[in-house]
Design a protein around this ligand. Structure first.
Ligand code: UDP
Ligand code: MG
Length: 316
């Protein structure tokens, strides 16, 4: 009996927060890409309305009526970009899941390249923003600072200029679905899970309509999630402070004793007291460092990330 080969399913995941004007255009753009791929793939387009206060949800519903490949998820309130992505990824059925912004900044023209890379064997295809004409100076500087910080202190490296515009294979989607941690930071997590990773470059465009919802406050939260999610370095800062104070204090005390012994100077008792208090302070920092170690262990434990991820098994 001849088995008919089923076409692979591609899921598009688009989080939307106040994007009423961008949604119809986004749908048209993706449809245009799909029409050139339709003989090889099936598709679903998932819009996640992240508690928008404009007409985004009505626009999304209108889109579902135009095309039954469009699926819609309405969150009860605004949960933030990363959580909206999570809702989309968890509900996507595709053999590959492509996530991109809803505002036109992520060019759909490179989607074919993402799919080609995936077909050539990459399980993750990240994108790298090459030219940033659509990105403000302020964002460029803060982003640069953030990526250098995270890449210095964390084991999971994140390429500067990466955005939440990428393709992931089903196996990667299933793996990150199983991670129970709160406040998922996808830019880190997707690199953390491993798997062969490919890259495609693109030029960022200007947002079509509306304005960015990454305010300073949100950028701060995003950065803190990224840093604390992938680095326990801040917990060990007390170590350096403590060791430094102890070293300086001990050296001071020793030289004072030495000078007294050889009789060249004499120090009043309050000087000794000051040095003693200084040393005690250093001791406190050392104890904080120990406590930090335990907190780090508890933190690693409660995230419940697996100790390994298998990508293939043979002859089992
Ligand atoms: N977004 C979201 N929830 C939010 C904020 C943003 O779903 O709370 C979506 C937004 O609609 C867009 C993407 O996440 O599709 C990126 O947001 P934005 O364009 O505001 O960020 P920027 O591109 O400026 O970093
Ligand atoms: Mg944007």
């Amino acid at each position: 009996m001849e088995t008919k080969k089923v076409k692979k399913l591609i899921s598009f995941v688009l989080p939307a927060y106040n994007e009423e004007k961008n949604i119809p255009q986004m749908f048209d753009d993706i449809k245009a890409v799909i029409s050139s791929l339709e003989n090889k793939y099936r598709y679903e387009i998932i819009f996640i309305n992240d508690g928008s206060s404009d007409n985004s949800w009505a626009e999304i519903i209108a889109t579902t009526q135009k095309d039954n490949g469009v699926k819609a998820i309405n969150l009860s309130r605004n949960f933030g970009h990363q959580s909206a992505l999570e809702a989309g990824i968890e509900n996507a059925m595709g053999d590959a899941v492509i996530m991109l912004d809803c505002d036109g900044q992520h060019p759909v023209e490179i989607i074919e390249k993402l799919i080609e890379k995936w077909e050539s064997g990459f399980k993750i295809v990240n994108t790298i923003r090459k030219d940033t004409e659509g990105v403000s100076r302020f964002k460029k500087i803060t982003a640069k600072f953030f990526y250098s910080l995270i890449n210095r202190f964390s084991d999971t490296k994140i390429i500067p200029g990466s955005a939440d515009f990428r393709l992931i294979d089903r196996i990667v989607a299933d793996t990150i679905k199983k991670l129970p941690e709160q406040n998922k930071f996808y830019r880190g997590l997707i690199n953390w899970v491993g798997f062969p990773t490919g890259y495609v470059e693109y030029n960022a465009k200007d947002r079509r309509f509306g304005k960015t919802s990454y305010t300073l406050k949100r950028m701060y939260k995003f950065a803190v999630d990224g840093l604390t999610g992938f680095s326990n370095f801040p917990l060990t800062i007390a170590k350096y402070i403590g060791l430094m104070i102890m070293a300086v204090g001990t050296l001071t005390l020793l030289s004072m004793l030495l000078l007294t012994l050889i009789g060249s100077s004499h120090f009043p008792i309050w000087v000794y007291l000051i040095v003693l208090v200084f040393l005690l302070n250093g001791l406190q920092f050392i104890v904080l460092w120990f406590i930090g170690n335990y907190i780090g262990r508890i933190f690693n434990q409660q995230r419940q990330r697996p100790n390994y991820i298998i990508s293939e098994k043979i002859n089992f």
